[in-house]
Design a protein around this ligand. Structure first.
Ligand SMILES: Nc1ncnc2c1ncn2[C@@H]1O[C@H](COP(=O)(O)OP(=O)(O)OP(=O)(O)O)[C@@H](O)[C@H]1O
Ligand SMILES: [Mg+2]
Length: 226
């Protein structure tokens, strides 16, 4: 489903972020990507959405060669991949509804679809009663739910979550992890980059450890051992 084929990434001809990474992610997998700061986790995610280009190697999503998609078609690729970040990246002057709707507008969806799908996806993440709140009227956990709703609304094949719980307290952290697990159970691949050992150990799914840009461990039902 997702295939990183011998990927290397060197920034500015000097900073080696990834070296010879080969990784296959199967349909419906939930993967945790761990490793110390600078190990290359975010770089790997950015390559999949073509926010960065590899220095060497190829990436495939189903039959699609991600690394060969022409720039003018990148929106097709990005529609298939939802992203969630530590700092939520919500538009501050838009409500929860409008933040999610914006993602649908950007991919050219019709207004009647937007009116139907946005409340549905906000209910799915538990925010059915807050759709008209602005980000400053939401807690951190709620803001991250809006971000997850936005990532989901175009029905992606994959959700990339880069330290999504980094700004959250333990209770909200677990709510967000449970939500990602639920999304995964509905059939979406989830790739979670995190430092949080407790989360990794509790999730009990495949764990990939990156160290200095290389995969040093890849285990089903892994534990965080670094
Ligand atoms: N735009 C960039 N230009 C130059 N070097 C970069 C750039 N982005 C990342 N790097 C370098 O690439 C390496 C991998 O960075 P990356 O952000 O992928 O690590 P990470 O595992 O996500 O770390 P963290 O846990 O701190 O988020 C680091 O050495 C970093 O300094
Ligand atoms: Mg990172």
């Amino acid at each position: 489903m997702i295939f990183f084929d011998n990927i290397s990434k060197i920034y500015n001809h000097s900073s080696v972020a990834l070296k010879n990474v080969t990784l296959r992610i199967k349909p419906k997998e939930f993967i945790s990507l761990v490793g110390s700061s600078g190990a290359g986790k975010t770089t790997l995610l950015k390559l999949l959405i073509r926010e960065e280009e590899p220095s060497d190697g190829r990436i495939f999503l189903d039959g699609l060669e991600v690394t060969a998609v022409p720039k003018e078609n990148l929106h097709h690729l990005r529609r298939r991949i939802g992203t969630v970040f530590q700092d939520y990246k919500l538009l501050p002057l838009k409500t929860a509804f409008e933040n999610v709707a914006f993602a649908m507008e950007a991919s050219g969806r019709r207004d009647d679809e937007i009116q139907e799908d946005v409340p549905q996806v906000l209910s799915l993440v538990g925010l059915g009663d807050k759709i008209n709140n602005f980000p400053h009227q939401l807690s951190g956990g709620e803001k991250q739910r809006v971000a997850i709703a936005r990532a989901l609304v175009n029905r992606p094949d994959v959700i990339l979550a880069d330290e999504p719980t980094g700004n959250l307290d333990p209770i909200n952290t677990w709510e967000i992890i449970k939500l990602l697990q639920k999304i995964n159970e509905l059939g979406t691949i989830v790739v979670l980059a995190t430092h949080d050992k407790e989360i990794i150990n509790a999730i009990d799914k495949r764990v990939i450890v990156l160290d200095n840009g290389a995969i040093i461990s890849d285990k089903e039902k892994g534990k965080y051992l670094v």
